[in-house]
Design a protein around this ligand. Structure first.
Ligand code: ADP
Length: 459
């Protein structure tokens, strides 16, 4: 963040000051060149009628040349068309020849100028052209100092530097302040996440800062409360599992102990107790199998074996398998299909879910009762309805029946070999198919489970 502030604050500022100084220098030099060329033009007009170019004295023009060289702080040399220096304001080289490329160039009627940045001087050559013949009669060579421009540029640079430095300090201080202000709450969140990772789930985060940070803090608290609920349900599940697994073992131990304690036990009693022991072992087995199904469903949530399946046939197969059990209690099973339904489902998992619902409809039914299974579909979903004429579920219990190990009537569920896991397995499977399940029930009259599943699997 500090870096961003520096890049967007200080870098453009430095660039800006460079551009300002460069523009000033270029403009000032350009102006100076124009002024000097103007003076050279004026001189050339004055020179032509005099005899200076013919190497004779011309005091009136001497004065003018000296005046210009003083004003602009430099040296003026006049060269005639024999390349002889006829006037040098420094009086050093008069009478000598001056053969430089710039002078030769000017004899071709070219005005030359060059600014020597390093040594701060400006060199110009200006042709003295005859008014009518346009012949170049001589050349004015000027070497002028640009130190005055440089000194203005230096003081300008100093001013800009002070300005840039104070602005940069301001940017740095505010960058430091704001990056600190912005990152401080983030650091608190990081510390908080570290604590969560270490397992301290029992605290809430309260970070004051700007709007977004407070939103993150709110979302975190929501996540923590969800994690707390999950943790609570995990602990409950573990304690329920241990309890459920212990119950048949305790019964087996009581039965076995009482057999050991009795002497001369009749064989019939042995048989009866061993029969009870076998029942308990079977129950233990069923609980373990149901638990394994649940764990497997949790573990393989992303691992669905989806195939296109005929739901009418699937339901008929399930009913065929369960019919003998229903028959034992003289329960009539009716299957109504409103249309053929082909859907993308995991056949094994959905079979298990629907079987659980129909098994419950048998288990919690009356003698001579009925079960009606119906299948329908629209363009998006298929619907399975399982209605029974059973004991029903009290309204206040209906919200809980899908929870693991929840049973309305523990004794009855036990009697019928229930584990309290069937409906939670069913709900899990339906949710994995992105479907929904609803229960409608009136105590003493019967129960209806409505299942809705998309025809096309949504991954
Ligand atoms: P269980 O193995 O005990 O049947 P489930 O999870 O399948 O466990 O069902 C949970 C509880 O919901 C059952 O114990 C029972 O009290 C109630 N229940 C489920 N289906 C029915 C139904 N068709 N009619 C009446 N009660 C039902």
């Amino acid at each position: 963040m500090l870096l961003v502030f520096i890049v967007i604050g200080i870098v453009p500022l430095s660039f800006f000051s460079y551009v300002v100084l460069k523009t000033y220098e270029d403009k000032a030099i350009e102006n100076r060149v124009k002024q000097l060329q103007g003076q050279a033009n004026m001189l050339s007009n004055l020179l032509l009628p005099t005899n200076l170019l013919a190497n004779s004295d011309a005091p009136e023009i001497d004065k003018e040349i000296n005046r210009i060289s003083e004003i602009y702080d430099g040296r003026i040399i006049i060269v005639n068309n024999s390349l002889t220096i006829v006037k040098d304001t420094y009086s050093l080289e008069e009478g000598k020849y001056l053969v430089s490329p710039e002078v030769i160039q000017s004899f071709n009627n070219v005005k030359y100028n060059n600014h020597d940045h390093k040594n701060h001087y400006l060199k110009l050559t200006y042709p003295i052209t005859h008014n009518t013949t346009k012949d170049v009669m001589g050349v004015i060579v000027m070497n002028f100092s640009t130190k005055d421009i440089q000194s203005i540029k230096d003081s300008l640079e100093k001013g800009i530097m002070v300005f840039v430095a104070s602005l940069a300090t301001l940017i740095l201080v505010s960058a430091f302040y704001f990056s600190n202000k912005l990152t401080k709450p983030l650091t608190s969140i990081v510390n908080f996440i570290d604590q969560l990772t270490e397992g301290y789930l029992d605290q809430e985060v309260s970070i004051k800062g700007y709007y977004e940070i407070e939103k993150i803090s709110d979302s975190f608290n929501k996540m923590i409360s969800r994690m707390q609920k999950l943790e609570k349900s995990r602990q409950e599940f573990v304690s329920n599992v241990s309890h459920e697994l212990k119950t048949p073992i305790t019964s087996i131990k009581v039965l076995a102990d009482s057999l050991i304690a009795q002497e001369d036990t009749p064989v019939e009693l042995y048989r009866e107790f061993l029969h009870d022991i076998t029942d308990e072992i079977e129950r233990e087995n069923k609980i373990i199998n149901d638990l394994l199904s649940l764990v497997k469903l949790d573990k393989t949530a992303g691992d669905m074996n989806i195939t296109s399946c005929n739901i009418n046939e699937l339901l008929e197969q399930i009913l065929k398998r369960l019919r003998p059990i229903a028959k034992k209690r003289n329960i009539e099973m009716i299957f109504e299909s409103f249309r053929p339904v082909i859907a993308e489902i995991d056949e094994v998992k959905l079979s298990l879910a629907i079987s659980n619902l129909i098994e419950n409809a048998i288990k919690y039914n009356m003698e001579d009762g009925w079960i009606r299974v119906s299948l329908n579909a629209d363009h998006k979903y298929f619907f399975i309805k399982i209605a029974d004429s059973g004991i029903g579920i009290p309204e206040e219990e209906q919200d809980y029946i899908f929870e693991r190990f929840y049973r309305v009537d523990k004794a009855r569920s036990r009697e019928t070999g229930g584990t309290g896991l069937g409906l939670s397995i069913t709900k899990n499977v339906i949710q994995m198919h992105r479907g929904a399940i609803k229960v409608y029930s009136t105590e003493g009259e019967g129960t209806t489970f409505n299942v809705r599943i998309p025809l096309n699997y949504i991954a």
